[in-house]
Design a protein around this ligand. Structure first.
Ligand SMILES: Cc1cc2nc3c(=O)[nH]c(=O)nc-3n(C[C@H](O)[C@H](O)[C@H](O)COP(=O)(O)OP(=O)(O)OC[C@H]3O[C@@H](n4cnc5c(N)ncnc54)[C@H](O)[C@@H]3O)c2cc1C
Length: 431
């Protein structure tokens, strides 16, 4: 190890909250909204200038299916559905029941892609601003979780890197929705990156949007070039999201790795754009409308939790008694290097379940983790990492945090029947 510096400084204290949510992506926003709706004093901290995570700063879309494996029955409701309904007020969404696969909304992918939700990322930013405000949550954008002070297995304070400098806040319960398990790792929870054996995560992709596409041209499927040119129509006329090349072996918790990956991905965007314009009917006059400001990271850390979801659980549909969400999308595990091929190698159950224990980390008593970093085998995360499921987990984490505050207990010790009852009352689907 190289030279190390000891840094000691008094910093401003910004106050006490019932619940502090770190990370404002699909899981974090839903967690914050839900805890605030349950009358808790909530702070939501987000490192970029917008809420929505990969759905906005990553320009990822569509929301993957919210139906079971075969696309017959909805399996995600609750806040996800409310967000879709809000988007609809702005004509910024095609609802899942309106879309089927294969189509220009699924880039002609058929398997597991029935009833995706096509949405406009900018409108989603506005909708999430309004929903967090209306719920009464305080939001700090441009503010990054930097560290935490722990004692006796609990987080005492979190240190935030605000634009004005380092500041501290404290809370009864903390929610790690950073997509990197930053809080859990800083609190000393055991974490592993990507595949636990190799340490290699799923690849990253820099998403972008193109405008001026002629839908009729793209609809002629025979004109689509071979290979992974994946373009998904959005509700904005002529605008498509493009999910093209991949950057392998990116460590999203390391600045050097992310810097190199993002630079490489920028070049890939230009290549992808050329392929689209030159080889894909309908895209001849397409223009780059915007490139995501943030690199799309599919997989980073996973936490060691009270239960680790296995591939077998996803294949067999293990029905956990403490389930807080259900999902049906396939195990979408992208190649981890240039030589590997293919996604969806293993068939999933008609629907599978997320147990509450997989959100509860080992070794930190006042922390809940939600979203793509929960405790699960890397392959098992291939489906549940998608945004509708991340939102369902976030909603559950928000309710769980509120219950823990009300009852003065740890998240591990809340009443699971009560948690499930509240979730069902709020439209969540658990069966
Ligand atoms: C290229 C790509 C394509 C995908 N395609 C689809 C798709 O078509 N459909 C689908 O449903 N899903 C898709 N996914 C998966 C999905 O986008 C993510 O798994 C999902 O967004 C995870 O939600 P999350 O809340 O766990 O994390 P994220 O969306 O990553 O949100 C984490 C948030 O925390 C913030 N943050 C990070 N660190 C800190 C910190 N230290 N302090 C404060 N804030 C912090 C981030 O800025 C971000 O806003 C795709 C993902 C990628 C990368």
């Amino acid at each position: 190890m190289g030279k190390r510096i000891r840094y000691t400084k008094e910093i401003p204290y910004y106050g006490h909250f019932d619940v502090v949510v770190l990370g404002g992506g699909p899981s974090g926003v839903c967690a914050a909204i839900e805890a605030a709706l349950l009358k808790k004093n909530v702070l939501l901290v987000e490192s970029t200038g917008m809420l929505g995570g990969m759905a906005t700063s990553g320009l990822v879309g569509p929301f993957m299916t919210c139906y079971d494996r075969d696309g017959n029955i909805p399996v995600v409701g609750g806040l996800f559905r409310k967000i879709v309904d809000k988007l609809s007020e702005y004509n910024a969404v095609y609802k899942p029941e309106e879309l089927d696969s294969p189509s220009i909304y699924t880039s002609f992918i058929e398997r597991y892609h029935r009833h995706v939700t096509a949405f406009d990322s900018f409108t989603l930013q506005l909708v999430l601003d309004k929903m967090t405000q209306n719920a009464g949550a305080d939001v700090m954008l441009y503010t990054r979780f930097a560290d935490c002070i722990c004692e006796n297995g609990k987080i005492q304070e979190v240190i935030l890197s605000a634009l004005e400098g380092l500041v501290a806040v404290d809370a009864e319960i903390y929610l790690d929705c950073t997509g990197n398990a930053d809080v859990a790792a800083a609190a000393g929870v055991y974490t592993y990156k990507g595949d636990e054996q190799s340490g290699v995560p799923q690849p990253a992709t820099l998403m972008f949007e193109v405008s001026d596409v002629q839908d009729e041209g793209f609809m002629s499927r025979s004109a689509r070039p071979d290979g992974p040119v994946k373009a998904y129509k959005t509700p904005v006329e002529g605008k498509y999201k493009v999910n093209h090349y991949r950057v392998f072996d990116v460590d999203a918790t390391n600045s050097e790795s992310m810097t190199n990956a993002h630079i490489k991905a920028r070049e890939q965007v230009l290549d992808a754009y050329k392929v689209l314009c030159n080889q894909t009917q309908g895209f001849e006059n397409a223009k780059i409308a915007q490139v995501a400001p943030v690199l799309g990271v599919r997989e980073s850390r996973h936490i060691a939790g009270k239960y680790k979801i296995t591939v077998d659980d996803i294949v067999n549909g293990t029905k956990f008694s403490d389930r807080i969400a259900t999902y049906g999308y396939g195990m979408d595990v992208h190649p981890r290097n240039e030589k590997e091929s293919g996604n969806f190698k293993i068939e999933v159950a008609e629907r599978y379940y997320i147990p509450y224990r997989s959100l509860i980390p080992e070794g930190c008593d006042n922390l809940i983790v939600a979203g793509k970093t929960i405790s699960c085998e890397s392959q098992a995360a291939g489906g549940l990492r998608c945004m509708p499921c991340a939102m369902a987990m976030g909603q559950a984490a928000g309710v769980a945090a509120a219950l823990a505050v009300t009852n003065g207990c740890t998240p591990e010790n809340i009443n699971i029947d009560k948690l499930q009852t509240i979730l069902r009352e709020k439209g969540a689907i658990l069966d």
